[in-house]
Design a protein around this ligand. Structure first.
Ligand code: AMP
Length: 465
């Protein structure tokens, strides 16, 4: 079994810096929100690749001693986010192998929708898989490619995969960054002390004082080695489909992704939400932390005071990390606590970024009422999440998505809000400047890359070309 769409990750790479591993550690630290289950770094000293990886948080894994074991002026790193399923040590990235052309390690953010089909075919031809990660398919495709050079083999391999990938690879001599032709997941290129860096989000650049140069473009492959930076567009062109959920929830607000600042977009979602669904109220409070920018935008537009009505305990991970349903329910309570003085007797607008299963909202509304609020109006800065994501954002199956089987009024009753409104999809598109194409499949079911059922009907890997 593959972990499927439960892969949300952060990737980082640097070439040409004497402190490569240290800066990679810091980069991963800044990208911790993209994955808290495990992390790894692979470095190169020009002759050999070195790997250190473990389960846990970046700061706990990368002790001075471990970083010392990562010599060289090039490194790549990966943060892994997993919820349920196989969270064993074998699944920690970067995946490091030695094959016919030497050492190679790969760090992948995204999800390959045809990984299962490719894996079956590769196994039929003798491949032996070490992990349950879809990313390992890419390694096998590279190893089995009949092309001569590594670059040709990477292009050949990626020509077979479908889905989302922002990849960083390292060999003894270079690092390579690739973004899928749809550009589902972000990947940015920067510069620090003359060294080139790539990262899932620009917040990683800020921490290491790197300058943002530009995004790695959809369908672009960038090779960085002693000869400099070489860019090419070797894949079949596709319409860009940037993941809207990066803006709604996933990316850090101080990052720039898809060329736009996440905080500004989230705040504009809040303003748009207030325009679409005003309500008489005394105060606007966010569900921290992800609801804060939208709540600020909402309060500004509605002309209502913004207040802190919920305090988040920062020492627990994101709710979804909990592996079992029973623990996740409990998780909301350990994570958030109401500030009764800010809520008592008030008509409260609560702003959150999304409702997935509805569990969080229900608990939060109960908390706010118990703290003495007179009315609770829930406002959501994304449209109803009705379809699962197959391109790298963790979403449950359709059956578990409350909006897949319930209308807004039914959800309002379930979460016990006095009123409930979501931002419209048109409102979202307006804010992000549609049609600079975004993938909004989680809201409208229009999947830009067909998912496994349909892929089954397609030609097998070894019949292609
Ligand atoms: P739920 O209880 O399932 O409705 O969860 C909704 C909460 O989970 C919201 O407060 C969101 O901020 C958060 N959330 C939404 N999408 C994700 C995701 N992909 N991973 C982790 N948390 C999420």
């Amino acid at each position: 079994m593959f972990d499927g769409f439960r892969e949300e990750c952060g990737v980082f790479g640097i070439y040409g810096h004497p402190d490569a591993a240290n800066l990679t550690y810091l980069g991963l630290y800044a990208l911790q929100h993209r994955g808290q289950e495990a992390a790894g770094i692979v470095s190169s000293d020009g002759k050999e690749l070195f790997s250190q990886k473990a389960m846990g948080l970046v700061a706990d894994i990368f002790t001075e001693e471990r970083i010392k074991k990562l010599p060289g002026n090039a490194a790549i790193g990966h943060n892994r986010y997993s919820t349920t399923g196989d969270s064993s040590a074998i699944n920690i990235q970067p995946i490091l192998v030695n094959f016919a052309l030497g050492g190679l390690a790969i760090a992948h953010n995204g999800n390959l929708v045809n990984a299962g089909i490719l894996k079956d075919e590769l196994e039929a031809y003798g491949s032996i898989f070490q992990s349950t990660m879809d990313s390992e398919v890419i390694i096998h495709l590279i190893a089995q490619s009949r092309m001569a050079s590594l670059h040709e083999r990477i292009v050949d391999a990626l020509g077979h995969v479908q889905g989302s990938y922002s990849l960083v690879l390292i060999t003894e001599k270079e690092i390579i960054a690739v973004r899928d032709p749809h550009g589902f997941r972000p990947l940015a290129l920067g510069e620090v002390d003359g060294a080139a860096v790539v990262a899932s989000e620009t917040c990683a650049f800020d921490l290491i004082e790197a300058t943002y140069v530009r995004d790695v473009e959809p369908g672009e492959m960038i090779v960085i080695n002693k000869d400099g930076i070489h860019s090419s567009f070797p894949f079949k062109h596709a319409e860009p489909s940037h993941c809207i959920f990066e803006f709604i929830y996933f990316a850090r607000p101080d990052s720039k992704v898809f060329g736009q600042n996440v905080y500004a977009i989230r705040k504009a979602f809040g303003r748009q939400l207030a325009k679409e669904s005003a309500v008489s109220a005394d105060v606007v409070i966010p569900v921290p932390d992800s609801g804060v920018p939208a709540a600020l935008g909402y309060a500004e537009e509605a002309g209502l005071p913004f207040d802190t009505g919920l305090i988040r305990n920062h020492y627990v991970g994101r709710t979804f990390i909990e592996p079992r349903q029973s623990i996740r329910h409990f998780g909301v309570k350990i994570k958030l606590n109401p500030v009764a003085d800010a809520l008592r007797g008030k008509r409260v607008v609560v702003v959150d970024d999304s409702i997935v299963r509805g569990t969080t909202s229900k608990k939060i509304i109960k908390m706010i009422r118990n703290a003495g609020a007179a009315e609770v109006h829930l406002r959501i800065s994304s449209p109803p999440t009705m379809y699962p994501c197959y391109y790298g954002i963790d979403t449950p199956t359709r059956q578990e998505l409350i909006a897949a089987s319930h209308n807004v009024e039914e959800i309002r009753r379930y979460v016990t809000a006095d009123s409930l409104s979501y931002i419209s999809l048109e409102g979202v598109k307006q804010v992000v400047n549609f049609p600079i194409n975004y993938c909004v499949a989680c809201f409208d079911g229009a999947y830009p890359v067909p998912f496994p059922g349909e892929l089954m009907a397609q030609l097998g890997l070894f019949d292609k070309k």
